[in-house]
Design a protein. Sequence first.
Length: 309
Amino acid sequence: MSASTSASASTPAPTPAVSVLGLGMMGSALAAALLKAGYRTTVWNRSAAKTGPLVAQGALPADSAAAAVAASPLVIVCLTTYDNVHQVLDHADLTDLTDLPDLTGKTIVNVTNGTPAQAREFATAATQCGAAYIDGGIMAVPQMIGVPDSGAYILYSGDEQAYQTHRATLAAMAEPQWTGTDPGFAALQDVALLTGMYGMMIGTMQAFALVRSAGIPAEEFAERLAAWVGAMLASVPPDAAAIDAGEHLTDVSSLAVNQAAFPNLLRTYADQGLSTELFEPFQKLLDRAVAEGHASDGLSRLADLIQKP
Ligand SMILES: NC(=O)c1ccc[n+]([C@@H]2O[C@H](COP(=O)([O-])OP(=O)(O)OC[C@H]3O[C@@H](n4cnc5c(N)ncnc54)[C@H](OP(=O)(O)O)[C@@H]3O)[C@@H](O)[C@H]2O)c1
């Protein structure tokens, strides 16, 4: 190692500036993680009281959203909805491009939950204001943010050059995972991951309701349920391969077998006095799959049938 390399390795990195707009549960966690990592962090929240704990940790309070944006080249936005983001950043209807703020030289990282279409629309508007735009999807709860090895990560998409420039700063919040230059991709994959999560949760809530209806405590059943759901995850890679190949014929568990057995689930729920509303739509999809000639295919065929022509 040369002397100059050794010297630069031991010199502390300069403290880049970052602003965080929105200090709810998640925004506060993001700002705290940036402060902990040594970044000069300016914070703004609609209700000013929420800046207090972060200022106590060294954050700089901004009087307005505009002042927070002006304070740093990197601006992280974490509000409840995209409508809130529009209200805060635009002060105007986004379709009125004559009244947009000048964001020249800024990188906006918007980690507010939204749809791919909202992300793309906002990317266009931000770019027209002179900013580089990165959209983000947070795959964590606030308690996991800034905690090494917590499993937290944030999906990003949009301006790749800006992402590479700020990647180290973003890594202070949670592991950054790049999904592509289409600004909607982070939101799309966020929604896809949440879809898998909600599917699992819907099933576990129905299972708990069922065992409890027979007097079995949920906690007594939890270990068996978690092991079973975990074991079923082994079907994810082969299902993915079947879906990409368009080859759904199976010798494991056909749609015909599942269609025939599924009414037993619905009947059991009804017999035990439970609602069937969560699972009835799945019976309809199985019925359609068989009616359309896919009786010998595996469940992977359903991904095709869900797709509208
Ligand atoms: N919490 C989680 O576990 C989690 C996980 C992943 C993603 N997310 C996403 O992160 C985002 C923030 O979630 P959160 O948990 O931090 O929510 P939260 O605690 O309810 O905070 C909401 C934030 O949005 C601000 N806000 C709402 N409406 C506003 C408006 N019209 N103008 C200006 N500011 C407004 C609030 O300001 P005030 O304080 O003034 O009300 C607050 O700063 C959401 O999109 C959420 O889906 C959250």
